[in-house]
Write a protein that binds this ligand. Structure first.
Ligand code: TMP
Length: 209
């Protein structure tokens, strides 16, 4: 049984990640590939409980280090109980956000030291990285326009200011520039179908689908 492939999706608010995760999962399934769609923070029982602490409540309830530690507590549970067992089973894992979000949000957005985050990642996840990371890029104002239509969201991060979100976008683009072997940036201002087509081409090219 060969190990499954690990694909993560990243991007700021309103980049369209969840739609694209679902479309890619459908495309893989239709080609006979067993795949699991999951998300962070969350994706396992314990991590979903930690997610509530992270996304609810006052914007300033945690400092950046507390946030990173909570994200990595959730991530460790998710990796050890869900992601790694699935990969070992030959299942492909598609994850809506992973450690690049900690680099972007807590690092670039909130000023936490990037080396500290790298070290946490190494210890907490046994240094597991996706085989491919798709960064959906959208201008901040356009992303916010898209999410303003959502009825139910009370996400702390969506209430953080515009400058924070501008730093995030720049952070994701920097991550992609520093690790072009693993990362690919896709312009999410295209139609949903065109974004999906580009993603399938990337998966074919990079992972030999
Ligand atoms: P979601 O809205 O994509 O479900 O993610 C919840 C929020 O958590 C989102 O606004 C980004 C934030 N987040 C971080 O700040 N650091 C992280 O490491 C992860 C995975 C998410």
């Amino acid at each position: 049984m060969s190990r499954g492939r690990f694909i993560s999706f990243e991007g700021g608010e309103g980049a369209g990640k969840s739609t694209q995760v679902a479309l890619l999962a459908e495309a893989l399934t239709s080609r006979g590939i067993g795949c699991l769609s999951t998300r962070e923070p969350g994706g396992s029982r314990g991590a979903e409980e930690i997610r509530q602490l992270l996304v609810q409540g006052d914007v300033g309830r945690w400092d950046s280090m507390c946030e990173a530690l909570l994200h990595f507590a959730a991530r460790r549970d998710h990796v050890t109980t869900v992601i790694e067992p699935a990969l070992q089973d030959g299942t492909w894992v598609i994850c809506d956000r992973y450690t690049d979000s900690t680099f972007a949000y807590q690092g670039h957005g909130q000023g936490l030291d990037i080396t500290f985050i790298k070290n946490l990642h190494r210890t907490a996840t046994n240094d597991i990285w996706p085989d491919l990371t798709i960064i959906l890029d959208v201008p901040v104002a356009e992303g916010f326009d898209r999410i303003s239509g959502r009825a139910t969201s009370d996400d702390r991060y969506e209430r953080m200011d515009g400058e924070f979100h501008t730093r995030l976008r720049a952070g994701f683009l920097e991550i992609a520039a520093q690790d072009p072997q693993r990362c690919a940036v896709v312009d999410s201002r295209q139609t949903t179908e065109d974004v999906h087509r580009e993603i399938v081409e990337l998966v074919e090219k990079r992972l030999g689908l």
